[in-house]
Design a protein around this ligand. Structure first.
Ligand code: C5P
Length: 229
């Protein structure tokens, strides 16, 4: 048995949802179990990579052999990802953004619990969250060599994923159909397409993988990353 192919490589993986507080007891969140992202972190570590998993609130166990940084909000997830990517000796080699980041946060979360009252429901003013994948992809000299995003769509999966690849500036997108009935959210299986940036960002190279367990999708993705680096 030779050396593992990702020995000496550093990777940062985001996983899970983010929680954006409305007040101390309520939050806005996204639907994500973290299963796919955690599996990717474990698969990269199994190939020898030094992995930091930046995880939103999930109920999953920490994957073996992986450093875990727990965060709540998108702002915390971005800060933790940037810190992990930069420290201590130059940019990491790999970033995989599998988290389902809330697109918006409440602009001014209340310091105390918002009470029901005669004036009816409160109006929430939202502010846009940072796009972690786009920020890491466009980080100039701090950019990891390979940046991989995910695209969960309910229709026109390949078209939307190709547009995302071009817009965010990442190298690969793992695209999947999460329409009701596919069982992807919270489930153990996933059927994905791997899109790699081609000569033109609008014309990516597409590989369609069979329906696999999320663990097998992660293992294939980690192997594809090892083959590329
Ligand atoms: O734009 P959309 O949310 O559909 O893109 C999904 C991809 O972008 C995923 O890889 C997700 O982790 C990443 N993303 C992010 N930060 C955001 C929104 C999405 O990293 N604020």
């Amino acid at each position: 048995q030779g050396p593992k192919p990702l020995t000496g490589r550093r990777a940062v993986v985001t996983s899970g949802p983010t929680h954006e507080p409305i007040d101390p007891v309520r939050y806005i969140a996204n639907r994500s179990s973290g299963k796919q992202g955690h599996a990717v972190a474990a698969a990269l570590a199994a190939l020898g990579a030094d992995v930091t998993l930046v995880s939103g609130p999930v109920t999953l166990a920490h994957p073996p052999g992986v450093r875990v940084v727990r965060v709540e909000t998108a702002a915390e997830m971005l800060a933790a990802s940037q810190a992990a990517l930069q420290a201590p000796d130059g940019p990491a080699d790999i970033a995989v953004c599998a988290a389902a980041v809330a697109d918006w946060r409440v602009a001014a979360a209340a310091g105390d619990k918002v009470k029901k009252g005669p004036d009816g429901p409160p109006t929430l003013t939202l502010a846009e969250n940072p796009d972690i994948l786009a920020t890491l992809s466009q980080a100039g000299p701090a950019r990891p060599r390979l940046v991989v995003g995910f695209a969960a769509e309910t229709r026109d999966v390949l078209a939307y994923a190709a547009a995302k690849l071009a817009k965010k500036g990442c190298d690969w997108i793992v695209a999947n159909d999460v329409a009701t009935g596919t069982g992807t959210f919270g489930g153990d299986d996933n059927q994905v397409h791997l899109l790699r940036r081609g000569a033109a960002p609008e014309a990516p190279l597409v590989e369609t993988w069979p329906r696999l367990s999320k663990t097998e999708v992660a293992a294939r993705l980690a192997q594809a990353i090892a083959d590329t680096l």
